[in-house]
Ligand binder design. Structure first.
Ligand SMILES: O=C(O)CCC(=O)C(=O)O
Ligand SMILES: [Fe+2]
Length: 218
């Protein structure tokens, strides 16, 4: 399942764009030296990375929709990347393990946070495939899309302007996507409709929700 989040306000987006503007970017291959498809730039300035990733990490961990949907166990600090005209990130699968200073995390969910808007660049859609079908995303500034890391996906070539986003990877407490989505749906419907039920039935349903989480959470 895919989820679009309203993550950052205008001021946060501006701060992040200011950081990007005044920071050094390097060839994205620095973190994937063997990739034949990665053709973008990524932020390469420790202080700027620390400051920008904290804003986005804090926003993710304060976002109810994200917490309810992703059941995050570990979240990689979001990294700002940039595609200029001619750049793309060809079709690929995300690595199962994402190295972090604190040790590797498993990527269950991938996340793109949009800092530039669809009017700021041409091309550059994030295309996520699902078998022979695919979905294309170009979010407005401050929104994010989370999607399963097991998908093959790509960033289409930017033909004009600049695509500025941040990317992150999430290890979920619920590794199995089917179980995670089922719990999300169950919890959502219970939250929206539960109070219309008779109290004793609501209590029993809540016990079922908690017990599924006990069974499935790592
Ligand atoms: O820039 C994006 O939206 C996604 C980039 C990507 O697929 C990756 O870094 O693995
Ligand atoms: Fe990817």
């Amino acid at each position: 399942m895919f989820k679009q989040l309203s993550l950052l306000d205008k001021d946060q987006v501006k701060t992040l764009k200011d950081i990007a503007e005044s920071s050094k970017f390097v060839d994205g291959k620095i973190s994937n030296p063997h990739s034949r498809v990665k053709n973008n730039l990524q932020l390469h300035d420790p202080a700027a990375y620390e400051q920008s990733s904290k804003i986005m990490l804090d926003a993710l961990m304060a976002n109810r929709e994200f917490l309810d949907f992703a059941f995050p166990q570990h979240v990689a600090p979001p990294m700002i990347t940039c595609h200029k005209p001619g750049m793309n990130y060809g079709l690929h699968a995300d690595s199962a393990l994402i190295p972090l200073p604190s040790g590797p995390i498993r990527s269950d969910i991938s996340c793109t946070i949009f800092l530039n808007g669809p009017d700021d660049y041409e091309g550059g859609a994030l295309r996520v495939t699902h078998g022979e079908a695919s979905m294309r995303f170009k979010g407005t500034p401050g929104t994010a899309i989370v999607y399963p890391s097991y998908t093959l996906h790509e960033v289409e070539k930017v033909t004009k302007g600049e695509r500025l986003v941040a990317i992150s990877f999430i290890q979920s407490k619920i590794r199995d996507v089917m179980k995670r989505n089922l719990l999300y749906e169950f919890n959502e419907v219970a939250a929206l409709e539960g109070l219309n039920m008779r109290h004793e039935n609501y209590t029993r349903m809540q016990a079922a929700q908690y017990n599924l989480m006990r069974m499935w959470m790592e």
